[in-house]
Design a protein around this ligand. Structure first.
Ligand SMILES: [Zn+2]
Length: 177
C-alpha cells in the first residue's frame, strides 16, 4: 500500500476505526465497572496506586490496558453522586505486607506469590483479599466486619483464594518462610 494510494488511505482509516473502537470499549468497560462498584456498595476504600510509577515497570501494559486511573476517578465521581463514602488510603500503605488477621508485617512478596501462610498466626491468606481487608482497615471502614466477629474476617481473607482456585482449576501456592 504505497503512500498516497487509495489502498493506503483505506488501510489508515480502517486502523483508526479499529483503535477508536477499542478505546470506546475500554471506556465503556471502565464506566460499567465503576458504576457497579459505586452502585452496589455503601462505602468504597481505594488504594492510591502510583500509576505513573507503575507505568514505567513491566506492569505497564496491564495497568494502562485496565484504564485504572479512569476507573478510580469515575468511582469517586459516582460516589459523590450516589452519596457513598469513598476513601482513599495512602499510596505507601503496605497493604500486601501485613497479615489482615494478626497484623504481622512480613515484608514484600514477589507478584507471582498469590497466597501464603502467615508465620505468626498460621492463616492462609489470599494476596488480593488480604490486601483488600487491610485497605478497609486503613480506611477505617472495617468496624462492621469486626462487629461480626473474627470469623468473617478470616473467611474473607481466604475467599479469593478459594474462588480463584475453582476458576483457574489450579492452585498457585508458595510458602515464604
Ligand atoms: Zn497472621
Amino acid at each position: 500500500k504505497t503512500k498516497g494510494s487509495n489502498n493506503h488511505a483505506k488501510t489508515r482509516l480502517l486502523k483508526a476505526k479499529t483503535y477508536g473502537r477499542i478505546r470506546n470499549q475500554r471506556r465503556d468497560m471502565a464506566y460499567k465497572l465503576a458504576s457497579k462498584v459505586a452502585g452496589e456498595n455503601q462505602a468504597v476504600a481505594l488504594e492510591t496506586l502510583n500509576v505513573k510509577g507503575l507505568a514505567r515497570t513491566r506492569m505497564a501494559k496491564s495497568l494502562l490496558d485496565a484504564n485504572w486511573t479512569r476507573i478510580i476517578d469515575r468511582i469517586q465521581q459516582l460516589g459523590v453522586q450516589y452519596g457513598r463514602t469513598v476513601k482513599r488510603i495512602d499510596r505507601w500503605y503496605p497493604s500486601s505486607q501485613i497479615c489482615s488477621q494478626c497484623g504481622r508485617r512480613d515484608g514484600r512478596k514477589p507478584l507471582d506469590i498469590r497466597e501464603w501462610e502467615c508465620p505468626q498466626c498460621g492463616i492462609r491468606l489470599d494476596r488480593d483479599w488480604n490486601a483488600a481487608l487491610n485497605i478497609l482497615d486503613a480506611a477505617g471502614l472495617a468496624e462492621s466486619l469486626n462487629a461480626r466477629g473474627g470469623d468473617v474476617r478470616r473467611r474473607l481473607a481466604q475467599t479469593g483464594r478459594n474462588a480463584d482456585a475453582r476458576e483457574a482449576g489450579t492452585r498457585r501456592t508458595a510458602r515464604l518462610h
